[in-house]
Write a protein that binds this ligand. Structure first.
Ligand code: AMP
Length: 402
């Protein structure tokens, strides 16, 4: 017991981590890819043994979960003797709408509510539901908990979450800002407070989750006050392949001029914009940085636009909160790219921010300062761990219900 399985189910993939909640250690992790295709791949990574890859026919999520359980209970490379050792399963769910303000135990009612949100997250929520049902089929007696990417942002005031468009659209279709990456923003802000030895409620934080998807959140009184992603994860910062903010009039204009359908324009803004479009090289920050080192002008322009837009958001959120004392960088780019952090921070000296270049260039798996001791704003790199927060919420909720 005291083991929690965390699942992130996508439409054709399923990632998993098994936690021992006694010490919050990971016992095994892995992923199933190409579900529904003729050669699916299961990659199982035990903590103390080499990874095991198998190619199999896995036609649906039910079979995928069965394979995961078989790997976890495998006599040689497994981590469990029996399924009963798993106390609960926690799922990542992208969209919780306005219904879910925190993580909850899965019940029939909860499943119905998640289904009602399919419209708002058509690519994600149906896949999560398949994951939940697949666990139910394979492990009928084990409680499940759902943890939402949007839940942390449910504390935003109306002034932050409403769009200045006819209000009937909010009433009828729930058109509003929801925000995403909430699990990550919550986790890193809690870690930062712990690291600083200050109550979270006393801080004015801007947290920057910069990965393939990217968002900034203003955190005041320990709560999300505003966030850059909107009704969908397209708004806000420039991202790997997403445009982020633009003049909404561009959409009908371009649709008309280029004779694009709704699907085409959606795909253009989500998959063929951002750093990929401007650099003409890649959506991957490492590749863009390599191209800059080789003297590529478009890659440099993409990087400059990317960091410029980040800086504008940080400034806007400092104004939104009437101050900022902590700036956090996290996720793939935020944790690993010293060059990006430097480019963003260089233009923020007017706020009293001083970057320590030596600290910025160091690497660590733990939360750390990258500002100088005298900097008025504490700048931190905090590695995110959404899976751990999901495991903690799952464990806490299940403990409270037994
Ligand atoms: P994520 O979505 O959080 O997994 O982040 C993925 C992004 O992180 C990709 O754009 C990667 O290029 C970027 N990334 C990972 N490692 C590095 C690194 N060492 N330097 C710059 N970018 C990195």
């Amino acid at each position: 017991m005291m083991k929690v399985l965390v699942i992130n189910a996508g439409s054709s993939s399923l990632k998993y981590q098994l936690y021992n909640m006694e010490d919050e250690s990971v016992l095994a992790s892995g992923r199933v890819e190409r579900i529904g295709m003729d050669s699916s791949i299961v990659t199982h990574e035990p903590v103390d043994k080499p990874e095991v890859r198998t190619v199999d026919e896995i036609l649906d999520h039910v079979s995928a979960v069965k394979k995961v359980l078989a790997a976890l209970m495998h006599p040689e490379y497994g981590a469990l003797k029996s399924m009963d050792e798993i106390q609960a399963v926690g799922h990542r769910v992208v969209h919780g709408g306005e219904v879910f303000k925190s993580s909850v135990l899965v019940t029939n009612e909860v499943k119905l509510e998640i289904r009602n949100l399919f419209d708002l997250a058509p690519l994600h929520n149906p896949a999560h539901m398949m994951g939940i049902l697949a666990v139910e089929t394979n492990m009928p007696n084990i409680p499940q908990v759902v943890v939402f990417d949007t839940a942390f942002h449910q504390t935003m005031p109306e002034t932050s979450y409403l769009y200045p468009i006819p209000k009937v659209l909010y009433r009828r279709h729930k058109v509003r800002r929801y925000g995403f990456h909430g699990t990550s923003h919550q986790y890193v802000s809690e870690q930062a407070a712990e690291f600083l030895g200050a109550p979270l409620e006393s801080l004015k934080i801007v947290s920057c989750h910069i990965g393939n998807g990217a968002s900034c959140t203003a955190i005041k009184d320990g709560k999300s006050f505003d966030t850059s992603m909107g009704m969908t994860p397209l708004e806000g910062l420039m991202m790997g392949t997403r445009s982020g903010d633009l003049d909404p009039a561009i959409v009908p204009y371009v649709m008309n001029k280029e004779e694009l359908t709704l699907n085409e324009v959606n795909s253009m803004l989500n998959k063929h914009s951002g750093m990929l479009a401007i650099s003409g090289i890649s959506s991957d920050m490492r590749e863009v940085q390599e191209a800059i080192a080789d003297g590529d002008r478009n890659a440099k322009l993409a990087f400059d636009m990317y960091t410029y837009r980040m800086r504008k958001y940080i400034g806007a959120y400092a104004a939104a909160m009437n101050g900022i004392d902590t700036l956090i960088f996290t996720a793939g780019v935020g944790e690993n790219s010293a060059v990006l952090r430097k480019a963003v921070c260089e233009g923020l000296t007017f706020l009293g921010l001083e970057l320590d270049e030596t600290r910025n260039a160091e690497r660590s798996k733990h939360a750390r300062y990258i500002s100088t001791d005298s900097s008025r704003i504490k700048v931190l790199v905090v590695p995110t761990n959404e899976e751990l927060l999901i495991a903690r919420d799952t464990y806490r909720i299940v403990q409270a219900t037994v």
